[in-house]
Design a protein around this ligand. Sequence first.
Ligand code: GLU
Length: 450
Amino acid sequence: MSVRTRFAPSPTGFFHIGSARTALFNWLYARHTGGTFILRIEDTDKERNTEEALKVLVDGMQWLGMDWDEGPGKEGPCGPYFQSQRTELYRAQLKVLADKGRAYEKDGAWWFRLEGERHTEFDDFAKKDIEKVKAAPVVIQDLVRGRVERAEDRDFVIFRANGEPVFHFVNVIDDITMGITHVIRGEDHLSNTSKHVELFRAFGATLPTYAHIPLILKSDGPGKMSKRDRGALIEEYQQRGFLPEAVRNYLCLLGWTPKDGREVLPIADIISQFELGDIHQANARFDERKMSFVNQQTIREMPASQFAALARPRLAAAGITAGPSELDPVLALVQEKVAGLEHLTEFVAFFFREDFTKDPAALANLTKKGGDPMARISEVLPHLVTATWDDAGIDAAFAAAGTEYTQKPTAYFAPIRYAVSGHGGGPHLQAVLRTLGKEKVLARLRAFTA
Ligand code: GLU
């Protein structure tokens, strides 16, 4: 039987990290098995589920390269893929249950009837008498959580008095009618699963395999990450110029570890290794620094031509329009070092402009413990004036100044870097000086000591 997975979001106007990770695990498993990945829109909340909210979701999915085989814009045999367009089906299925004696009307709402011995009990929480049902416990063999046992003990509403169907009901009908074989979703839904299993059974449908994936905790503290937490939304990374493949790679690591021990790896390798049984039970913790690290590694490992193609429009938008002969050597130098595309302009501006920004923290570091950057530069400047402009020549100038003034040659590195770039760190200094050119370097050093 061919695998069919689905991502079933309710569009709220946000594409949360947790939702993206759920979508990703469904997509990965479908691709791993050569199955079908369905995007189903659970848009029964008319107030929140607007066109714009859907667009945020679709844009985010496309940006992350999670293509769906059936869903919005990709009609398939089980459509429509919007719950708001499936009301007829839900009404018809309600009738099926009612005809089987498994649904009944009370106080305007439709209820699902559990099978089992009935009795009335005083409910402390609701502060009233409630009809309780002694139903056989539902056993779920969850691929992540293992064996989970849970019993429902009272009938539950499936169609509200206002005529709107309830989540549990539509979710199950859609999973049945869309032929979903694997339900992969957040652990917060585990407690709903006994209701869902009861509904599957009442319809006489085959149960899907369940995999409830761990929660994502916020980077600090015990709580679950919410949309208000810093870094919680996919749009943010999109806007900041993170690489979609890096964000996707990082999301894979939230609750799963590649068997081969690599953390940064091509999606094809992730797809071939991805098994639901390997998903961790323990909650995952969001770590923005790690996401930045994966992003940086991804930049490092991409071909120079791809990096240049990403860099050029960003730099052009910031007014840096140098041609390839000037730009390419700079890009070659920074590809290994830049923390992310969002930092690129600031990182390279000094190569192209005289009015580059100077980092006050870098200057403070230079003068800490009595360091005197002006003195160091005055010492080394005459040696650089006569230096041959290659790595060896530049090193020789540092060594000569060091001998003359009893300094370590490295004492000149940070003051020079700051004077020519305004930064406290960056690519290999000699390479920066070479690429910048002798003329610009000397002019900036002179200006610094003037
Ligand atoms: N619309 C539900 C959600 O966003 C779907 C739950 C499920 O995957 O079954 O949480």
